[in-house]
Structures are given as C-alpha cells and as structure tokens.
Design a protein. Sequence first.
Length: 114
Amino acid sequence: MSTPKPLARLARKVGVENLWLYILAELAQGDSYPYELVKAVERDFGVKTGKVLPYVVLSKLEAEGFVESYVRERRRYYRITERGRWLLREGVAYLRSLAEKLGARLGGVSAESL
C-alpha cells in the first residue's frame, strides 16, 4: 500500500522543510561539515536534503547566531552555539507538546508512546 498523500505531505513538512532542527540536533552531538551533516541527517532521521539546501540553512543559522563556523584542513566546520542549543530545546519542546495534544485525542496516547 502506498503512503497516503496527507501523510507524505506531513513527512515533507516535518522533514526537509524544518531542516534547521535536524542540523542543530546533529551539531549538538559534535562539530561537523555540511557533507557529513547531510549524510547524518539522512541516516539518523530519514530526511533527504539535496545538495544546496543544507548550505542555505547553515548560512541562515550562522547569520542568526545559532551556529558558528571555522575552517580546519580546508573544510568549513560548524558548531552549535548556546543560542542554538536553546533553539533546539524549544523546537523539541514544541513538537513534544504538539504530539501530547494530538495523542490526547487518540485516547490518552503520550508523546513517549508515539
């Protein structure tokens, strides 16, 4: 059975359209460079990003102070800042709250069991 369109749309919206969340989650594990981040996001979260979008997202995150970059061995690495850790916690808390509210409509399903 193929994936229903609403579910596929949800996966896209929660996935690649919120790439910043997955990038920050990966950077919370340690510094990384874009190519490595793309592979980690796909491996860990099943989100396929394409080749350009991660650079755009990283540039915006850096401009807003959520990540910072440095060059090592001819590669640009990124690290999460304290402000980025705060944003990641807020993003996860929002999703957890939303899952709790939706789960409650299913008859007491908690975010942990989803």
